[in-house]
Write a protein that binds this ligand. Structure first.
Ligand SMILES: C[S@@+](CC[C@H](N)C(=O)[O-])C[C@H]1O[C@@H](n2cnc3c(N)ncnc32)[C@H](O)[C@@H]1O
Length: 347
């Protein structure tokens, strides 16, 4: 059979779940990467119909877990939408494995964007009527629609009422929510000079229990000797590797049973990619001694008016998965987690 006919037949055989035909067509050089008029490849067809073994076969043949069709759905999205939980699980594990290996490879090659943060910190920022904080390139640094999320994050990290740390002030939404809970102390780390000036102008240095550390968390937290009961992390112009680096600091920043939470905007333009990243973060935090649960909160910011004039539409989902990570340090005699463990791609 010629490769074009074999490829067309592969799409049909994958949808129908005919495993032996799929295998035979692959041997006849059918193209598993081919995407038809709707942008669907054979693995997407198999995933939409819940054929786990064919999905596994096509993954092993090199089909990327994260190819998307013309509507922006990947194979995992199609499996989830059709209620095929076990198929979604196969793809979730494949996604985690691939991303962890990629991350480990990039780290070992020293591949990392470092200029973006430097550029951001040099830019002039603008507070738009308290509704949003914008950078000089029309990117929203923080937006008021996040207020209910910040309220929920504050609730999680202030549960013990003790010493609380927030990294990244932005609009100060979470800091207002923390203040309403009157913790014993409230430390805020902020790196941008315009945001810091705004904080001083608003009198944040005189608010009860507040200590402001002006500078990048990378510079002001390591070696500070500070310990907290609750920590929240929400910065801007930093990447997943920066977040990992922050996570490595956590065992030295949190008291036992302390709560850590972060703005969960990982891959927030696709539901399945988002799930993969939530699971990667959970697995990596587990290696550092954290038990993580995600609390699902409905969120609707789909009104186009919200995003008028904003270049980076950083949220596109209808459910927010709020991470609540409890620090359970290893008991005496148990091995302490290390940065090296964390880089394993086998979780
Ligand atoms: C998304 S906003 C935080 C919003 C905040 N959660 C709120 O409730 O309004 C991000 C903030 O982190 C600050 N930031 C960015 N990188 C930082 C870093 N490396 N260290 C400390 N602050 C940083 C930004 O200047 C910005 O004020």
């Amino acid at each position: 059979m010629d490769p074009i006919s074999a490829t067309n037949d592969l799409l049909k055989a994958a949808a129908q779940g005919d495993e032996s035909l799929v295998r035979s067509l692959m041997q006849q050089k059918a193209d598993a990467l081919y995407q038809d008029g709707r942008g669907r490849n054979a693995m997407m067809e198999a995933a939409a119909a819940g054929h786990d073994s064919i999905v596994t076969m096509l993954l092993e043949a090199g089909t990327p877990w994260n190819a998307i069709d013309k509507e922006g759905s990947c194979a995992g999205d199609l499996a989830v939408a059709a209620g095929h939980d076990s198929t979604a699980e196969v793809l979730l594990e494949a996604g985690m494995r691939a991303e962890l290996i990629l991350g480990a490879l990039e780290r070992s090659l020293g591949k990392r964007e470092t200029g973006a943060q430097h550029q951001y910190l040099q830019q002039r920022l603008q507070y738009d009527a308290g509704e949003r904080l914008m950078d000089a390139e029309d990117r929203a640094v923080m937006m008021a629609w996040e207020e209910p999320l910040m309220e929920a994050h504050a609730h999680a990290i202030c549960s013990s009422g003790g010493d609380v740390l927030n990294v990244g002030f932005g609009l100060g939404l979470i800091d207002e929510a923390i203040q309403r809970r009157s913790p014993r102390s409230h430390t805020i780390v902020e790196a941008h000079p315009d945001v810091y000036a705004h904080m001083l102008q608003q009198g944040w240095d005189r608010r009860p229990g507040v200590r402001i550390l002006f500078g990048r968390w990378q510079d002001v937290l390591p070696g500070s000797g500070l310990r907290f009961d609750g920590v929240f992390w929400d910065t801007f112009s930093e990447c997943y590797e920066d977040m990992q680096e922050f996570h490595w600091l956590l065992p030295g920043l949190l008291k036992p049973e302390g709560i850590y939470s972060y703005f969960n905007g990982l891959a927030a333009d696709n539901g399945f990619f988002h799930m993969v990243y939530c699971n990667i973060a959970r697995a990596e935090l587990a290696q550092l001694g954290f038990e993580t649960e995600f609390v699902a909160l409905p969120i609707d910011c789909s009104d186009p008016k919200v995003w008028e004039g904003v270049r980076n539409r950083y949220w596109q989902l209808d459910t927010y998965l709020l991470p609540v990570c409890t620090f359970v340090p290893p008991k005496k005699g148990e091995a302490a987690p290390s940065r090296g463990d964390h880089c394993q791609a086998s979780t």
